[in-house]
Design a protein around this ligand. Structure first.
Ligand code: ADP
Length: 978
């Protein structure tokens, strides 16, 4: 009876066939929305996992729009993005298209360029490109380089090439991605496009780029496709920034595009019925405004809606409100057979009617739906609400044990969109004490109180308590976060974009409630507190901690990592030069002859022979293995350079010559996630607990001051150094008072104190390294790889004053001895090109640039003759292979003569603390008698001895990986000891 009613009202439009203006027909109106999977290969080629993911979802859907594909290698906006930027990508894309089409769905490829939304880390450290040199309005966004007019034309041509490749790969169409603040939108937006040439200015001129892209796409389709080819356009209807795109602007652009010919327009919104984000008073869904206000051309173009469609009623509401086609996102990930489920929710009779229904004519469809709604006798948007609930409503969550079965690629599983849907189904016992917990997060005169209601195994509800000060913005964010937390059954969800602080407040309230309730549940179970137990607890999630975690897990241990900062990566993420190792297979492949003994000798010499020889020998001996270990874990350091104090190229770095830190941490983290290792961030270890002389657990304190105890027999301390603890630095080296530090805020020496309380001995505490080349206003380190790549240092007088490739202490000392106590690092275009890290310095405005030396000198207020002479002499030394003046023997790579020329003003900063707790080569911590303290290991900068009086560039990364692996292995083995 109910469904009969539905049939009369809607004629079951979802399952009707549909024809685009180009003539291509879809068997129904259900489309899988384009969604980032992050599952391509590193260079953007399609992986097998990805093919299988799409194959599993194709079949009953009318079409699949394959996730955004970058059209140029400067365009990927996220890791693991797939590309259509070269002909070599066609075969992989063809497999994807075939997998979808063979199952009976149409295949459309979304194409884009990320523009200023591209992170330099994804494009080898280069600066991203955009219409104008204005950074995106988000924290840490790089300043992009404005495209020249010629480059704009090239970019348009690349969109054309991408369409050609999509045709060749067998796709039925492309969707031009004009949304999500990517390049096409950036050209249309008055916020990001401040150009004064023909590509910018008033609205009409800003529309030129999207229209040119549409035209070239149409031309390419006409030239290369045998028959019809779909061309759609995705758009974000509004921007909230001032100035920014308003809804009327979007209508203007789409009307123009419709005039040029288009197969569909695709709203990009979080919810199909979302109202304006700008005009908050107006609650009318934008689609309704669109239908009402669109002009004659646009009324002929089909509209796709997306956002929040999970059940059939949602899809029906979309059509009822004016969309012609419905794109479905997360539900298609959670339910590969989503369209079948939706069809099965239907009556057999309904289905039969749908299959025999005539194909709707494009353009009329939207109007038809609106008319249907009126016939139903009410407001279209309320239609879904009027209908009785379907019996088998789908819930948007994914069973944590079903990844393989659902053919969800691993990177996508870890992607926030999916991660937020995963519900932990492996929980056997009740976790919580049922009840409602009130959490007060009031702050700065604002009263925020939340009620968190828990059942024994789930978070039932979160509400705002009476009396809470709420504004509209907070409520909107609260509702979103609430939904995510309930769906995930966990507070560990992604923050709402643009409302991080509010999101964190809600997450925190829930975490606190969970903690309280768990405690109650535990004490209820016989009054005895049952604490969590791990085989190994690792304190610190920098390079050493993450490497140790992976190795411990692979050696059979149950591992927990605790990190006091909100994010992982520690200081390691800032590492730039690379990882030193002698006799590696990478060196052999490049014909570099090196010897472990030489590496040992040079590190000893660099460390003023204060290094602990047995630790250093273990380090040198195991360095090549550590490089291979990384390689085995997908972290390839195949390019090789050198750093100060080394006579051979042995500093291993990523193939694209980018800074090592970010690459290393993201690779290690990927491995940690793949192994499902638990990580607690915002949680500091405050004490290592012992019972009868043996390690028994760790006391943790979260950022709220809440404490908990974790039971364990093995603790690895990987907390890094103490460069950011000025009191500690001054205690050991009073003369370093007031020096800036290159380190992150978490480098405060906690691990040393934790271990000293257990009786650990320390060594070399006075050995604190100052790095010679730190830009002082930002404390940003200018990597040694730049000097290693051929740069020189000059004083304010424009003269060289030191062998730049001396060890860090010597170069620092020489700078401090200059009357001005600072210097300039000078390099040219070739050095810039070969050292990707330079792009970061440029993006941060640390670099002074000039086309000729005289101008550079003028900008540095330096004597130009001196600077020119210094470069002439240096270039002559390069040609002769001998630097008589300063005795530089390494990195005399090429003359500095390729314009433009660059300079960064630098002075020393506190960089590394060589001292720390005493360990043996097994990473075991030693007491004052030299005996092993059972159950604790230390790895990385927290331990002293390897580097002696001065650390060589590239030896810290080697240190953390070598001793991280060792500590992980030893601690895991300890689990088997009684
Ligand atoms: P390494 O290079 O030796 O791995 P890093 O500085 O990269 O050192 O990483 C050390 C990590 O340890 C940092 O992320 C830091 O925030 C974290 N850390 C420091 N002290 C504590 C502590 N008491 N509890 C938890 N984490 C800590």
């Amino acid at each position: 009876m109910k469904l009969g009613l539905r049939k009369i009202m809607t004629g079951n439009p979802l399952l009707q066939a549909f024809r685009f203006p180009c003539g291509i027909e879809l068997k129904n109106r259900l489309i899988m929305a384009p969604m980032t999977t992050c599952s391509g290969f590193y260079d953007g080629t399609v992986s097998n996992e990805l093919v299988e993911y799409y194959r599993a979802r194709a079949g009953s859907l009318g079409a699949i729009i394959v996730e955004s594909c970058f059209i140029d290698n400067s365009g990927p906006a996220f890791p693991g993005a797939i590309g259509v930027d070269s002909d070599s990508k066609i075969s992989g894309l063809a497999r994807l298209a075939a997998a979808i089409k063979d199952k009976g769905s149409r295949a459309i490829l979304q194409i884009y360029h990320g523009g200023r939304m591209v992170s330099p880390a994804l494009i080898g450290g280069r600066s991203p490109v955009a219409p104008s040199a204005i950074a995106a309005p988000r924290e840490g966004a790089p300043v992009p380089v404005a495209l020249t007019e010629a480059q704009v034309e090239e970019m348009i041509a690349k969109f054309g090439d991408a369409v050609r490749r999509a045709v060749k790969a067998g796709f039925d169409g492309v969707e031009l991605h004009g949304a999500n603040t990517y390049l096409i939108q950036q050209f249309y937006s008055p916020n990001s496009n401040r150009r004064s040439d023909k590509w910018g200015g008033n609205r009409e001129k800003r529309a030129a780029f999207p229209l040119a892209v549409l035209d070239i796409a149409t031309e390419a389709a006409q030239s290369f496709a045998d028959e019809n080819f779909i061309i759609g356009y995705r758009f974000s209807p509004e921007e909230i920034e001032e100035p920014g795109i308003r809804f009327a602007d979007s209508l203007y652009l789409l009307e123009e595009m419709a005039g040029h010919g288009l197969d569909y327009v695709h709203f990009s919104m979080g919810h199909i019925l979302r109202p304006s984000l700008v005009d908050r008073q107006d609650k009318t869904p934008l689609i309704r405004k669109f239908i009402k206000e669109r002009g004659a051309h646009l009324a002929k173009i089909p509209v796709i809606g997306v956002g929040g469609v999970v059940n059939r009623q949602d899809a029906e509401a979309a059509l009822a409100n004016g969309y012609d086609l419905v794109a479905v996102g997360k539900a298609c990930i959670a339910y590969p057979d989503w369209a079948d489920i939706i069809s099965a929710q239907d009556l057999a009779g309904d289905k039969a009617a749908a299959e025999t229904a005539p194909v709707s004519t494009p353009g009329k469809a939207g109007e038809n739906r609106a008319a249907t709604a009126v016939e139903a006798g009410g407001e279209a948007a309320d239609l879904a609400g009027l209908l009785p609930a379907e019996p088998a409503a789908l819930e948007l969550y994914i069973d944590s044990t079903k990844r393989e079965e659902l053919l969800i690629p691993e990177p996508l599983w870890r992607f926030s969109l999916v991660e937020a849907m995963i519900r932990d189904m492996s929980v056997e016992n009740a976790k919580f004490h049922a009840g409602t917990y009130q959490e007060d997060l009031s702050d700065d005169g604002l009263r925020i109180v939340m009620n968190v209601t828990l059942e024994t195994d789930r978070i039932k509800d979160i509400t705002l308590a009476a009396g809470t000060d709420i504004d509209e913005e907070f409520t909107a964010c609260f509702n979103l976060v609430r939904g995510r937390i309930l769906a995930a059954n966990s507070p560990h969800i992604d923050a709402v974009a643009g409302a991080t602080a509010q999101s964190e407040a809600v997450k925190q309230a829930v975490s606190k409630a969970l903690m309280k309730s768990s405690r109650e549940a535990l004490s209820e179970s016989g009054g005895e507190v049952v604490l969590q137990r791990y085989d190994v607890v690792i304190i610190g999630a920098g390079g050493a901690g993450l490497a140790a975690a992976i190795e411990a897990k692979d050696n059979g241990a149950k591992v927990l990592i605790v990190e006091k900062m909100p994010v992982v990566g520690g200081n390691t993420i800032k590492a730039s030069a690379g990882m030193n190792a002698a006799e590696t297979h990478f060196q052999k492949a490049k014909g570099i002859i090196d010897h472990k003994a030489l590496f040992f000798q040079e590190t000893m010499r660099g460390g003023h022979h204060k290094n602990n020889p047995s630790l250093l020998w273990y380090f040198v001996e195991h360095a090549p293995e550590a490089v291979a270990w990384l390689e085995k874990h997908g972290i390839s350091l195949s390019d090789i350079t050198t750093t100060g104090g080394m006579s051979v190229d042995r500093t291993h770095r990523p193939a694209d010559r980018s800074a090592v830190g970010g690459y290393l941490i993201s690779g290690l983290l990927k491995n940690v996630h793949q192994r499902h290792i638990d990580i607690m961030t915002n949680t500091a270890a405050s004490e290592i607990l012992r019972e009868n002389g043996k390690v028994a657990g760790v006391r943790l304190r979260d950022s709220e001051g809440e404490e908990q105890i974790i039971l364990t027999k093995g603790v690895i301390v990987a907390t890094g150094g103490f460069s950011a603890n000025s009191r500690m630095v001054e205690k050991y080296r009073p003369e370093l008072k007031g020096f800036v530090t290159t380190n992150h805020a978490g480098a405060t020496g906690d691990g040393i104190k934790l271990l000293e309380r257990l009786g650990a001995d320390v060594v070399d505490m006075k050995e604190i390294q100052i790095h010679p080349t730190v830009e002082q206003s930002s404390s940003y380190l200018i990597s040694e790889a730049v000097r290693g790549g051929g740069a020189i240092l000059v004083s304010q007088a424009g003269k060289r004053f030191v062998n730049e490739m001396e060890t860090r202490d010597k170069v620092s000392g020489a700078i401090i001895d200059l009357p001005e106590h600072y210097a300039y690092i000078i390099f040219d275009e070739q050095i810039r090109r070969e050292n990707k890290a330079v792009e970061q310095y440029i993006a941060r405005n640390l670099v002074i640039e000039a086309a000729i030396i005289v101008d550079l000198a003028a900008r540095l207020e330096m004597n130009a003759d001196n600077l020119e002479k210094s470069l002439r002499n240096y270039n002559a030394a390069v040609a002769a292979g001998e630097d008589k003046e300063f005795g530089r023997i390494t990195a005399l790579r090429q003359p500095i003569d390729k314009a433009p020329f660059y300079a960064v003003r630098i002075a020393p900063g506190i960089h590394h603390t060589m001292g720390g707790v005493k360990i043996d080569p097994d990473s075991a911590v030693l007491d004052k008698e030299g005996d092993v303290i059972e159950g604790v290991w230390a790895a990385g900068e927290v331990a002293g001895g390897v580097h002696g009086g001065n650390r060589i560039g590239g030896n810290a990364v080697a240190d953390i990986i070598i001793f991280g692996i060792t500590a992980g292995r030893q601690a895991a083995a300890h689990k088997f000891k009684r």
